[in-house]
Design a protein around this ligand. Structure first.
Ligand SMILES: [Zn+2]
Length: 197
């Protein structure tokens, strides 16, 4: 029975759906079929042509995240396709040739239209379900109007630190760390597994 994670209340929750792992069937180099064999101590897919060196390593993808805030309010965003009560941190993938700090500043500008100052690294967290590694920063937003990128987001909200509750995932752990640096210990939200009807 397929399960989905659903919110127990209307507070912010998170799932980064954007980048599910592809299930490759063919070698991207020589187009032969992939086969399974032991590579580097684990069962992996590799090219069936032994002359070809392609192995699908399936390493986790780095994802940048921002606890983006100003005046004691954190900005959370809702991606297209999420349930209406789900909000999360601003996140995004790194581009080739940029530093993580440059990348998260770019994502903040793209997603909510504001310049920012990238502060300290909050932490690096695993997100095993998505095969991602979350690299989260404290980000101080400039003044100005928030204008969301309608191609990626449907909505945003601002929430005061006193009301911001972390959630049980990589980005949620970054929120927890950010709050703890301010001496705030808000109760963690729970994910509830529901049977799909
Ligand atoms: Zn190949």
């Amino acid at each position: 029975m397929p399960l989905e994670i659903s919110a127990v209340n209307s507070a912010p929750l998170c799932l980064e759906y954007a980048h599910m792992q592809y299930d490759y069937k063919y070698c991207p180099i020589c187009k032969n079929e992939l086969t399974t064999s032991e590579e580097g101590g684990l069962e992996r897919k590799r090219c069936s042509d032994r002359e070809c060196e392609f192995v699908l390593w399936n390493n986790p993808t780095p994802v940048l995240a921002a606890v983006a805030h100003r005046n004691d309010e954190v900005v959370l965003v809702q991606s297209i396709g999420w349930p209406v009560h789900w909000f999360s941190l601003i996140t995004g993938f790194m581009e080739a040739g940029e530093s993580p700090e440059e990348g998260i500043a770019r994502e903040v500008k793209e997603e909510i239209g504001l310049d920012c100052k990238v502060g300290e690294l909050l932490g690096v967290y695993e997100f095993i379900q998505m095969n991602q590694i979350i690299i989260a920063y404290d980000v101080i937003l400039s003044e100005g109007e928030i204008i969301i990128d309608r191609e990626e987001l449907v909505d945003f909200k601002t929430i005061r630190s006193g009301e911001l509750r972390p959630w049980p995932s990589g980005t949620g752990q970054a929120v927890k760390k950010w709050l703890s640096q301010r001496g705030i210990e808000n109760k963690e939200l729970e994910f509830k597994k529901l049977k799909k009807s």
